[in-house]
Structures are given as C-alpha cells and as structure tokens.
Design a protein around this ligand. Structure first.
Ligand code: DX5
Ligand code: ZN
Length: 221
C-alpha cells in the first residue's frame, strides 16, 4: 500500500521535541503535522508560528500546518516565514476561500482546505482543482485521542471518485482517530496521507514501525 504518514506533534512530549522529530524522521517520506489551535475556532490553544520556526531546523521532513483558527489570513504569512511547506485552513473559518488559496499560492507553498466531519463536500467541490491537499477531519477538530467517525469512509470514497473522474492532482489527507484498527480501511477508501497523533506517539516506537511497514508491504485488496 502507498501512503504517507503525518504524525501530529500535538501528541508528542513537548519536553523532548527534537527526539520526537527524530522518530518522525525515521520514516523518510513522512510529514510533520502541526495542529494550530487558537482558543476561538476551537476551545484549546496549542502553539503558534514561533514554535514552528524554532523546530524547523531540527527536521528535514515536510511541515504540514493545519490551521484551526479564525481569521486564518492573519496567520498565513507568519507560518510561511516560519518554514511551513503546506498550509491548510478550515473552510468553516472563512467567507473568502479563494482569496486565501491565492494568498498561500503566492507565498509558493502548497495549499490545503479542511472540513469538519459535519461539513458537506458540496461546500468545497468547486475548489478542488485549486488545491494541493484536502484534509478530511475524521474527528471533531480540537483534540487528539478521539474516536474515528465512521461516516468519514463515504466522504473519502466520494472525494476519491471526483479526483479520478476529473484527473485532479490532489492529495487526500485524513485526520483523527487513525490507529491499528482504522488505518488500513482509510487507505483502502482512498487516503494518501494518514495524520496520526495519539497512536504514533502513545505506542512503543517498534510497534508503530512494524505496523506501518507491514501496511506498506500489503497489496491493496
Ligand atoms: C485534531 C487534530 C488532529 C489530532 C490527531 O483537532 O487536528 O491532528 O492531533 O490526533 P489523533 O490521531 O490522536 O486523533
Ligand atoms: Zn490536524
């Protein structure tokens, strides 16, 4: 199976971030997923662009910034200069998604849009040709360690079908509740990228490695 993992450092040990980044680096194609929460779009506050800038020099993996903030337009230049490679904003956080997409593209970064579990695909369907990545939330944004929402499978399959029909160069990323029970089905449904928080950092590393490598060696059924 072909897929990229994007461990979320929200579930990492913040006292040992450089070691945690090294764990991610053991999977050379993996991405570092950065969950940015502002205490307004979601209740929790996590961290901002200064932290991203500071850890950028400790990793050569792709930095995948997931903005869960109101007024995302204010954050785009800050995360661009902090070293983001992808910036993803929530469709529910803006009335002018095309402006934001262009703003991100103008900084030469890859552009993503994210959907809460209850947000219908119809809201973003016309944006898909302009995007590099669609981040489908499989839990309510705001916390790690939640249970995967089953209806996500239909959403992934639906987007995958559009992607194939329209020959889009779009990565499908799925975020929330991904672990040994859900990962394989998520890939089979059409995900290219698996965001992993509590599973990646809360499981002995050898076990994670065996599981990921085992999945890679499996043929798609
Ligand atoms: C939730 C975040 C997720 C979260 C994933 O708001 O966007 O990236 O950290 O954590 P797990 O894998 O534990 O659900
Ligand atoms: Zn996320």
């Amino acid at each position: 199976m072909n897929f990229i993992i994007a461990p979320s450092i929200l579930s990492a040990d913040f006292c040992k971030l450089s070691e945690e980044l090294k764990k991610i680096g053991k999977f050379p194609d993996s991405w570092v997923h950065l969950d940015i929460m502002d205490g307004s779009f979601v209740p929790v506050i996590t961290f901002g662009s200064p932290l991203v800038k500071s850890i950028r020099k400790h990793s050569s993996n792709i930095f995948d910034v997931h903005l869960m903030v109101n007024s995302p337009e204010k954050q785009i230049p800050l995360f661009a200069s902090a070293g983001a490679d992808y910036i993803t904003f929530h469709i529910e956080s803006t009335n002018s998604p095309l402006n934001l997409i262009n703003e991100i593209k103008n900084t030469n970064l890859k552009t993503g849009v994210s959907l809460r579990p209850s947000t219908p695909v119809s809201l973003i369907e016309n944006l898909l040709p302009d995007l590099d990545l669609l981040l489908i939330m499989s839990v309510e944004p705001g916390a790690s360690g939640q249970t995967f929402v089953e209806s996500t499978f239909d959403k992934i399959k639906f987007i995958k079908a559009i992607k194939e029909r329209k020959h889009l160069n779009l990565l499908i990323s799925v975020d929330g509740g991904i672990n040994e029970q859900t990962a394989e089905d998520v890939i089979e449904a059409g995900a290219d990228i698996l965001v992993m928080g509590s599973y990646f950092f809360g499981t002995p590393f050898e076990e994670v490695e065996n599981f990921i490598n085992g999945l890679r060696n499996k043929n798609i059924s």
